[in-house]
Design a protein around this ligand. Structure first.
Ligand SMILES: [Zn+2]
Length: 263
């Protein structure tokens, strides 16, 4: 780095090559500058310690099963997990409309606060399931009623499922044209890790859930699940009963509360 060298007598000898290259400056000023130790060069690239986290999530949803609507039909959802759930079944009702921007994203504090207001009191299994399934858009808590449990694997000492555990259950919303309840199986898993057989286990559990819905007694058969309320162009109306703001303009029934739309 040294472009010049000091002699014993304090004189400075500046190499000719250096002077030629720099042009402009006088010999004296070059010598003065050289007397101050030069700072080490700025590195073009830092020696880095690498930090990385790979999260891996998966989910599967079944076709829908059309169930005859009725006042007690939602109450039958938990029993569809009989023999499949490995722990308590929790039913999560659709979120109230005032918490419309709730999201399980900790750095989006407004959304996270709403999410905690809606789900902070739910069990760790349920919160894990909602986090995974909402993030993957496998359920929509704005209108889905969700009966949820641990389906496979273990929980840690805090009650939270590990990455290889499978959570899920059945999710239901009301058909906008017929008022039937559309119920589908939903499973999800993931976190800090992945295991080879989780996908296969989840697929088998989804099949058992679908079978259980079909055998629930009110089944009118399989149906495609159309996301309710979505109109290209964005027009929608608000339910007069529950205030859900994203009802299809031609809907006869509200997908969230199942009540007949007026007007
Ligand atoms: Zn409604």
């Amino acid at each position: 780095m040294a472009a010049s060298t000091a002699t014993d007598r304090g004189e400075f000898v500046v190499p000719l090559e250096f002077l030629r290259r720099k042009g402009g400056g006088t010999r004296a000023s070059k010598a003065a500058a050289a007397a101050v130790p030069e700072p080490p060069p700025l590195p073009e690239e830092a020696v880095a310690q690498e930090h990385q986290l790979r999260l891996n999530f998966g989910a599967k949803t079944s076709a829908g099963v059309r169930l005859q609507g009725g006042p007690n039909i939602l109450g039958a959802l938990p029993s569809m997990l009989d023999g499949i759930a490995k722990g308590p079944v929790e039913v999560i009702e659709p979120r109230v409309t005032t918490l419309a921007s709730a999201s399980p994203s900790i750095i989006r504090t407004v959304e996270a606060t709403e999410w905690l207001r809606a789900h902070g009191a739910n069990s760790p299994v349920t919160r894990h399931a909602l986090w995974v399934l909402e993030t993957l858009d496998a359920i929509d808590p704005a209108y889905d009623t969700f009966a949820c449990a641990l389906l496979d694997g273990e929980v840690d000492t805090g009650g939270y499922p590990d990455y290889a555990s499978v959570v899920g259950g059945v999710a239901a919303h009301w058909d906008e044209s017929t008022g039937d309840l559309i119920v589908r199986g939903v499973v999800g898993w993931g976190g800090r890790g992945a295991r080879g057989d989780t996908d296969r286990i989840a697929g088998r559990l989804l099949g058992r859930l679908l079978g259980s819905i079909l055998e629930s007694g009110e089944s009118l058969g399989l149906t495609a699940v159309d996301r309710p309320g979505v109109v290209p162009g964005g027009a929608s109306v608000t339910c007069q009963h529950c205030g859900y703001p994203a009802v299809h303009p031609r809907a006869v029934y509200c997908p969230k509360c199942g009540m007949r739309m007026r007007g």
